[in-house]
Design a protein around this ligand. Structure first.
Ligand code: SF4
Ligand code: SF4
Length: 457
């Protein structure tokens, strides 16, 4: 209901506190001092709306003009309010691609093309070797596709731009590498807390610190167990070929929107640079627009994206909601590739580029009569324990092959322990670090030695 000013006939402004961002522009606009900066946080928004004291207000409307929020401060409309438009999900559309010839692509380029085919038209990033080629291709292609490429001032800025873009319901991505990922983690926690989708391709390099620019699987622990503060998880896809760099990136966007959560792609430096044959998928995707998005139009105006819950009970309920979502991911999104596993009594467990050497090792070991197989997790979180479990009836030994200090092995041990399986199976490993990948010969030697030790035991 409009209140008319005592000093003029013009109506006085009204405030909808839940739409006030507390920017205080209206405070500065009012020469009569009728508006004071807020003193109390609004529990619905986590922001401090201003307070109106309208005794001296002459209804000049300058504060309303100054307010950037169309629903924040406004002159009440004497006509009855129209019902607010209810947003509806606009579903993504599949657009068939003609049958094409295979392309020869670098892993990082394949990932960029996967993003474009998933409908991503927003890239925010900060260059870092060995991921920069992916960003470079996006910089070249996005302007031609009516898209936006922003080289941010830092990784922290880039991930927060993704937060905003994902909050508006639009697919966005970044390429980064290990030190860059460390910087992004606060923003990733915010995205998970606020349930904002986005895709982060981490082309892992050696650490700790700046480490080196050679390939390592140095971020598995961070990606699976340490995505920023709070109870956070995201699906972590682990490609092993340029083809999977494309396919998994396209898949990552679908999963990010399905679960309203960031999706991480764990690639390694070698995979980012490696060229290989890549087939384009049968269809590209034209993104939809989710009903929950803060898209800036009338229908979505009432939506709010926020990771702030001041009341303890609300935050606990939100955490329970997120954990239920993680459980759905654990049930539905485990992925693994099995190579000659069915009759294996020695199982190699490896992902990313080391899995390619391990595959060669399996062939060599089979040639000399050792029943080896390769179990390759394609999701590191959730770990694909469902596919591993049935193999454990035959398996006597597991050898984890990785380019890290045991981060994949830790994930395997946790998965075995949570599933209550694996007792009595000998667990060994071959680890290289610092940009050195395990070679096929080293793997064969490690398995031979393990088999020999067991025969002598
Ligand atoms: S309408 Fe004018 S006088 Fe009234 S609060 Fe706004 S700026 Fe101040
Ligand atoms: S200008 Fe609008 S959003 Fe900013 S403090 Fe005033 S009412 Fe709130």
């Amino acid at each position: 209901m409009a209140t008319v000013s005592k000093v003029s006939k013009r109506p006085q402004p009204g405030l909808e506190p839940e739409y006030c961002k507390g920017c205080n522009r209206c405070v500065e606009a009012c020469v009569h001092g009728c508006i004071a900066p807020g003193q109390e946080i609004n529990p619905l928004t986590g922001l401090m709306p201003v307070a109106l004291h309208l005794d001296e207000c002459n209804g000049c409307g300058l504060c309303v003009d100054a307010c950037p929020e169309p629903w924040g401060l406004r002159v009440p409309d004497p006509t009855p309010p129209r019902p607010r438009a209810v947003p509806a999900d606009l579903a993504p559309e599949r657009q068939p691609l003609g049958e094409g010839k295979p392309l020869i692509l670098k892993g990082a380029h394949a990932s960029a093309i996967g993003a474009l085919l998933a409908g991503c038209r927003h890239f925010f990033g900060y260059p870092i070797t060995p991921s920069t080629e992916g960003a470079e291709l996006m910089a070249r292609l996005l302007p031609q596709l009516d898209g936006h490429f922003v080289q941010a001032v830092s990784e922290v800025a880039a991930v927060n731009m993704m937060y905003g873009c994902g909050g508006a319901g639009l697919p966005s991505m970044t390429f980064t590498s290990s030190p860059g990922l460390s910087l992004m983690l606060e923003g990733v926690s915010y995205m998970i807390g606020a349930e904002v989708p986005g895709v982060i391709v981490d082309v892992m390099r050696g650490g700790p610190g700046l480490g080196g620019i050679g390939p390592e699987q140095s971020d598995i622990k961070l990606l699976c167990r340490g995505l920023g503060h709070g109870g956070t998880h995201a699906i972590v896809l682990a490609p092993a070929t340029p083809q999977e760099m494309l396919d998994f990136t396209q898949l990552a966007f679908a999963l990010a929107f399905e679960y309203r959560n960031p999706v991480m792609i764990a690639a390694d430096g070698y995979l980012g640079q490696m060229t290989g044959k890549v087939l384009l998928p049968p269809a590209a995707v034209k993104p939809g627009l989710p009903a929950w998005s803060v898209h800036g139009d009338a229908a979505h105006r009432g939506n709010l994206i926020n990771s702030f819950h001041l009341a303890e009970a609300d935050l606990e309920a939100h955490n329970r909601h997120l954990q239920a979502k993680y459980l759905m991911m654990i049930k539905a999104e485990q992925r693994a590739d099995l190579y000659r596993c069915q009759d294996a009594d020695v199982l190699l467990v490896a992902c990313n580029t080391p899995a390619r050497m391990a595959k060669g090792a399996v062939r060599a070991l089979r040639d000399e009569g050792i029943a080896a197989g390769l179990f390759r997790p394609q999701t590191l979180w959730p770990f694909p324990i469902k596919a591993l479990k049935p193999l454990l009836r035959e398996v006597r030994q597991i050898v984890v092959v990785e380019a890290s200090d045991g981060q994949l092995e830790d994930e395997l041990r946790l998965a075995l322990s949570h599933a209550g399986v694996g007792e009595g199976i000998e667990l060994r490993h071959l680890r290289r670090m610092g940009g050195v990948l395990p070679s096929q010969r080293e793997i064969v030697d490690a398995v031979r030695a393990a088999v020999k030790r067991r025969a002598l035991a």
